[in-house]
Design a protein around this ligand. Structure first.
Ligand SMILES: Nc1ncnc2c1ncn2[C@@H]1O[C@H](COP(=O)(O)OP(=O)(O)OP(=O)(O)O)[C@@H](O)[C@H]1O
Ligand SMILES: [Mg+2]
Length: 317
């Protein structure tokens, strides 16, 4: 059997005879990648369908990444959509979950879903009925105004309110390589739910005025969640709106790198294409494939997937 590391995509041959006892016991099996040391659960009941993963092997659990920061307008939605679109182009199966009442993710992808996260949380429809296909390899669980009512339902729950999203998402898990969750600005019960569901946090930080304060405040809030949920951790800080023509943003970028060297990714530069693409219902790869923004998001896809080769092969098609 072949197992593929979801982080670095290294293939490992596994002798089924050696793990037969574990299989027979029905216990969960986890594997540690010999190459990058990433530990991940292995699901034995789901044959692979993704082009990113060997047909003869078995799918690893979905990576659940939330894109979040309390401050508004920092590039959360732009990053969720374009990272999702880029991963999909690289051959990964991606589910993009929009937990924002603004419903921007659907708009950016030129979709008007008739159902989405609200219907999943209220159980009005089956999980598969709530998900719409947005592109090849890219599926969408849309947000929108109706989520406001769901937030009230969650608020009124007297027990286990923070697990509402995690429970509802269970049937959708492991069908995808990546589940990306876009959040609204601010801090509310739905964001707490996202942090009780995701395992990795990606924080876009706009290299404009006062970004570092917003980041440290958010990290404090994340710390308070981590006391109850050890599985979630900060993975990526993505500097956005880097305007290379002026000094201020570059100084902020250097400061960010000094403060959080292990998390800071290559920046997303300021680009008009990024603000224009949504009104055409296109990702940056469709709207301006040759732009600096497209190059920057490709770099982010490589960083997150840790899989340069597969991405480059499919992007050059
Ligand atoms: N690198 C960039 N260069 C230029 N414009 C950008 C860039 N990134 C995002 N934008 C634009 O900035 C605006 C805010 O971005 P976006 O909606 O992604 O932020 P957000 O954090 O999701 O906002 P909110 O907190 O309201 O949900 C959008 O109009 C978007 O098109
Ligand atoms: Mg947004």
């Amino acid at each position: 059997m072949i197992i593929i590391c979801p982080k670095c995509a290294r293939k490992h041959k596994v002798n089924l005879d050696l793990i037969k006892d574990h299989l027979d016991s029905g216990k969960n099996i986890s594997a540690t990648c010999r190459s990058c040391k990433y530990k991940f659960p292995v699901l034995m009941d789901q044959p692979l369908e993704s082009p990113s993963i060997e047909k003869a092997g078995y799918r690893a659990a979905s990576r659940k990444i939330c894109v979040t920061l309390s401050k508004g307008g920092v590039g959360k939605t732009t990053t969720s959509v374009n990272l999702g679109a880029g991963l999909a182009l690289a051959g990964y199966k991606v589910l993009l979950v929009d937990t924002d009442t603004q419903g921007q993710s659907s708009y950016i992808l030129g979709k008007k879903p008739t159902a989405g996260l609200t219907e999943l949380l209220t159980k009005e429809l089956t999980p598969d009925e709530c998900v719409v296909k947005a592109r090849n390899n890219l599926w969408l669980l849309g947000g929108g105004k109706s989520l406001a009512g769901v937030k009230r339902i969650i608020d009124r729950k007297s027990f286990g309110a923070e697990w509402t999203l995690a429970e509802a998402m269970k049937p959708l898990e492991n069908k995808y390589d990546f589940i990306l969750i876009d959040t609204s600005p601010g801090w509310d019960q739905l964001i707490v739910n996202v942090l009780f569901y995701a395992t990795e946090v990606l924080v876009p930080v706009a290299l404009e005025v006062m970004p570092l304060h917003g980041l440290s405040e958010f990290l404090k809030s994340l710390g308070s969640i981590q006391k109850y949920r050890k599985e979630i951790s900060l993975k990526y800080i993505v500097p956005t709106f880097l305007d290379t023509r002026i000094k201020g943003p570059q100084i902020l970028y250097s400061e960010l790198k000094k403060l959080y060297p292990e998390y800071v990714c290559s920046p997303i530069r300021y680009s008009e294409s990024l603000s224009e693409a949504p009104s055409f219902g296109k990702s940056i790869f469709e709207f301006a494939p040759g732009s600096i923004a497209s190059a920057d998001y490709r770099e982010l896809v490589r960083k997150v997937s840790m899989n340069n080769t597969a991405f480059e092969k499919s992007m050059s098609k």
